[in-house]
Design a protein around this ligand. Structure first.
Ligand SMILES: Cc1ncc(COP(=O)(O)O)c(C=O)c1O
Length: 453
């Protein structure tokens, strides 16, 4: 009988107990070392066990751990909001602090709806999102998410938000190739708006690089610009979900900066605190704040722990650490090197169909046949099998959905802490190579592969 009272993700699975973390490595209670190639859930962006963060937490604990946001403001929350304003060049002046990425996207939804109410357009309530997207597990966030596995049990409770196709060039939903496709996937937004009526639509939300729902699918050049243009032409707010991509993950503070896009609202989470505390944020532009300030004067949302001083001091220390050590400036170069090494593995192992991503948010998609891009049979549970093999080899990877409609395919995210060194990247690749070798043997044993390329 299992003596644990803790509800873990898989109730029948035995989980390894982690004892401590240091840099890109975690150590279990038996002393086994794991290279954290996924930063946990793409979260531990500055690595584990950074002493400066510990000191900042202790310093704040000596002052005050909690005050309630409707009674007081506090220095760490003010500092954090100012720091985020300073570090994001996208005119996103205001921060609303919450506790998770799901709350950040759901707050974004609520702010978008409230904005139009304050503008005298209360009918504008619908949110358009994309299939193959993940915006969170709470019901509002899940309603916006095109992630079949996570929606399945709750579909009857979800709002049926309209969704358009993702810019999934490896398996183009329109059977076209970039750039001759003329970004049909972006144009689909225009036709969706026509069908629903812009007078009913509050916002469009997307991830600039699709994470868990697609295996690091980047936006093709010109895509985000066209999306933003369509939003502007139709009076629809543009929400960028940067919970996974934000705070440097793709080589810019916000992934939207790559396309020089100014979102109206941004959701942040994960790397914003590097995992040192649960905190997330909804960033709001002046354009959106102004009518709310002049109207009701209050954003109708909030949580008990919103803007609590301990979490804010922690996130402030993490973001200051990123800034002080010029961490974002090195992400592009590290990402290019890692992607080149992954491309070498792709040449070696025929079942790696695609290598993609941006900065240090990279993905591998696996296929049974590289020519036809046929995915593996679901019964093989390839993704989980590879993750277990990697675990045995002291390497941590993150599962992702892939395949047509994000339903029948296997992908993995490779997203180490942004602080990873070049020699640690070699170590990561060494452990991944060994894992792919084991996977190759497994697939041969199962008789589903022709041979090594
Ligand atoms: C893009 C994106 N948005 C939102 C979320 C939800 O964040 P959380 O799990 O912190 O609620 C996630 C989590 O993976 C995510 O990747």
């Amino acid at each position: 009988m299992n003596a644990s009272s803790l509800i873990k993700p898989m109730l029948l699975h035995t989980y390894t107990m982690i004892d401590r973390g240091e840099g890109v490595f975690l150590y279990d209670e038996d002393g086994k070392q794991y290279l954290d190639a996924s930063s946990g859930a793409i979260t531990a962006n500055i690595g584990h066990g950074v002493d400066e963060i510990k000191q900042a937490i202790l310093k704040q604990l000596d002052k005050v751990a909690f005050v309630y946001r409707s009674q007081f403001t506090n220095e760490p929350a003010e500092q954090l909001a100012n720091k985020i304003d300073e570090m994001t060049s996208q005119g996103l002046k205001y921060s609303f602090f919450v506790n998770s990425g799901s709350e950040a996207t759901e707050t974004a939804l609520k702010i978008a709806v409230q904005y139009w109410q304050e503008m005298g357009e209360p009918r504008k309530t619908r949110i358009i999102s994309r299939w193959m997207s993940y915006h969170g597990i709470t019901l509002g966030a899940l309603s916006m998410s095109g992630h079949p596995a996570r929606r399945d049990r709750f579909v009857s409770l979800l709002e049926s938000f309209p969704s358009i196709s993702p810019p999934y060039c490896y398996r183009c939903p329109f059977n076209k190739s970039y750039p001759s496709c003329n970004l049909m996937c972006a144009e689909e937004l225009q036709s969706m708006i026509r069908k629903i009526g812009k007078e009913n639509i509050a916002a469009f939300i997307c991830e600039p690089v699709i994470g868990a729902a697609g295996g690091a699918i980047p936006s093709p050049e010109g895509y985000l610009q066209r999306i933003k243009q369509i939003c502007e032409q139709n009076d629809i707010l543009f929400i960028s979900d940067e919970v996974m991509t934000g705070i440097g993950r793709t080589g810019a503070m916000l992934a939207c900066e790559h396309g020089d896009i100014e979102p109206d609202i941004v959701a942040l989470g994960k790397g914003m605190s590097g995992g040192y505390t649960p905190i997330a944020a909804t960033l709001v532009s002046e354009k959106v704040m102004e009518p709310i300030r002049k109207g009701s004067g209050s954003i109708m949302s909030g949580h008990t722990f919103s803007a609590n001083p301990l979490s804010c001091a922690t996130a402030f220390a993490v973001i200051s650490y990123i800034e002080k050590n010029n961490i974002v400036q090195h992400v592009e170069q590290k990402g290019i090197m890692l992607q080149m090494e992954l491309a070498k593995l792709q040449k070696k192992f025929s079942f790696i169909g695609d290598v993609r991503g941006k900065g240090l948010l990279l993905g591998l998609e696996f296929v049974q046949n590289r020519m036809t891009k046929q995915p593996f049979d679901r019964d093989l549970e390839l993704c989980n099998t590879i993750i277990q093999m990697a675990h045995n080899n002291g390497l941590l990877l993150y599962p992702a959905q892939a395949g047509i409609d994000g339903m029948i395919g296997d992908a993995l995210l490779i997203a180490p802490p942004l602080t990873i060194t070049f020699s640690e990247i070699h170590e990561l690749i060494g452990r991944l190579d060994k894992t792919m070798q084991a996977c190759n043997e497994y697939l041969h044993e199962k008789g589903v592969l022709g041979g090594l390329e």
